[in-house]
Design a protein around this ligand. Structure first.
Ligand code: BTN
Length: 268
């Protein structure tokens, strides 16, 4: 079990099983946001697989204009530089691929049954334990670089979660009722992600979609999708080949959602 933050980074280096992902890690005790740093590094030409890790973030960024609460010593705050050679339209699949990798790694290490909620949340027992933030730069029809950032509530006790999200959020420790080793979990995530990314680069997209479906908590659910202040309700029926969400409206018409916040509605 890790003892402090520098041991955390050493344990990751020692335990890595990947060929290229995570072979360069920029480690910090405290940063504003690992995504911001990874974007800077990507712009400076750092190679694919470069990782930025921090023990604490002061301005962790979430989707939309939300923040990601990132207290010291308990969570994983990680951003990775990718340079995918695929068309811009496939960018959403990168988020789904990261979600599948995180879910598989958590399941393997803890025996818990995490699920992916479209497009970027990881849930356990319907509570959010992790979120993914993809930030890409596009040049022409291609993706110049993509930074995948993920935050995982690992060893947070309830008091470490912000009050306003406590009912809908959780951590691995709360769900498992014992602490989880952050280094071992990250090593496993890097390994899953490297494997899936090779498939992504080979345009083996159906495999990624199929794995996502397998771990989905969204498909088959009644959902409300918020796009700005507009809400649409229906049943989430499937994914498109680009990772969009197909929603069936009340009259039977199907629409595709590419971005938005999804609420799972309880059927009473
Ligand atoms: C969300 O659910 O809204 C996405 C949260 C993403 C948070 C992570 S923590 C590491 C990386 N750096 C950031 O500033 N944000 C992402």
């Amino acid at each position: 079990m890790e003892a402090n933050s520098s041991i955390f980074s050493e344990q990751i280096r020692d335990g890595l099983t990947t060929r290229w992902l995570g072979r360069t890690i920029h480690w910090y005790d405290t940063v504003e946001s690992t995504n911001l740093l990874a974007i800077e590094l990507a712009q400076q030409g750092e190679p694919e697989g470069t990782v930025v890790l921090a023990d604490q973030q002061l301005s962790g960024r979430g989707r939309g204009s939300r923040s990601w609460h990132s207290p010291a010593g308990v969570g994983i705050y990680c951003s990775i530089v990718f340079r995918p050679k695929v068309a811009v339209g496939k960018a959403q699949l990168i988020t789904l691929m990261a979600g599948v990798s995180i879910v598989k790694a958590i399941a393997l290490q803890t025996g818990l049954s995490p699920r992916v909620k479209w497009p970027n949340d990881i849930l356990i027992n319907d509570k959010k334990v992790a979120g993914i933030l993809l930030e890409s730069r596009v040049s022409g029809e291609q993706i110049g670089y993509s930074v995948i950032g993920f935050g995982i509530n690992v060893n947070n006790v309830s008091a470490d979660l912000p009050k306003d999200i406590r009912v809908n959020a959780s951590s691995l420790l709360i769900e498992l009722k014992k602490p989880v080793d952050r280094s071992t979990l990250l090593i496993e995530i890097f390994s899953e992600l490297e494997k899936l990314y090779h498939r992504f680069q080979r345009e083996d997209f159906p495999v990624i979609l199929e794995q996502w479906r397998q771990y989905s908590s969204t498909l088959g659910q009644r959902v409300r999708i918020w796009q700005k202040a507009k809400a649409t309700e229906g049943i989430a029926v499937d994914l498109t080949e680009d990772g969009g969400l197909i929603v069936q409206l009340r009259g039977g018409k199907q629409i595709v959602i590419h971005a938005g916040d999804v609420e799972h509605l309880r059927i009473l």
